[in-house]
Write a protein that binds this ligand. Structure first.
Ligand code: IMP
Length: 201
């Protein structure tokens, strides 16, 4: 049985403003406020794991122990089937030191052979850690395909080149509420909320 979170505030163990905003929106209906690790000036640990879950755990445990509060981290990325799952856990790094996702999307497009299948999935691991090092980890995904050129200015990262299965719009074109309803982050978050939040059934 997962440990329940009964507080009113969670440290979001991320320095990525796009993710922090999406997680704040997901937590708000549960009456939970957030403060970001960046806002608290917490250091960013090195992501040395080999899976989304391992990297999420590293980040959540580091923020929980540095802040003395429960911390929620997200490790996520785009897995492209024809590229053996890359960029995967390296999704942020494909944007280079300046985190230029126009460049990262171009890298993906250039790496895909012309006749390759364009199937891709966004994957998200959410880890909720407490200062005593207890941790709960949940994984979610959304399957879809890649389009070129990228479309839309909403969302962040690789959103403009990803169309979810049975959809027509990219995540970059969709209303944020529509993305939140089906995203990999929402999938993982639904599992976390059901297991760990006191207001869950
Ligand atoms: P992380 O901070 O190491 O987990 O990096 C995850 C990277 O994956 C982000 O910088 C984005 O480029 C990409 N990513 C994760 N989730 C999304 C999403 O919902 N939309 C677009 N890109 C995403």
């Amino acid at each position: 049985m997962a440990r329940r979170f009964r507080g009113r505030r969670i440290v979001v163990a991320s320095h990525n403003a796009g993710k922090v905003g999406e997680i704040a929106d997901l937590l708000a209906p549960h009456g939970i406020d957030i403060v970001s690790a960046g806002g608290l000036g917490l250091p960013e640990p090195e992501e040395t794991g080999t899976t989304f879950g391992e990297n999420a755990a590293i980040k959540a445990l580091a923020s929980a122990s540095a802040s003395g509060e429960a911390a929620l981290s997200d490790d996520s990325g785009l897995a492209v089937a024809a590229l053996g799952g890359e960029p995967g856990i390296h999704s942020a790094r494909w944007g280079g030191p300046r985190r230029d996702f126009g460049l990262a999307m171009q890298r993906i497009e250039d790496a895909l052979p012309p006749d390759a299948a364009r199937d891709a999935s966004f994957v998200c691991a959410l880890a909720l850690a407490w200062p005593d090092d207890h941790i709960e980890i949940f994984e979610g995904r959304v399957d879809g395909h890649l389009v070129w050129p990228p479309r839309g200015t909403r969302g962040f990262g690789y959103d403009p080149m990803f169309v979810p299965r049975d959809g027509a719009l990219t995540f970059g074109e969709m209303d944020p509420g529509a993305k939140h309803a089906i995203s990999h982050r929402a999938d993982a978050f639904g599992k976390l909320a059901a297991a760990c939040f006191a207001d869950a059934p």
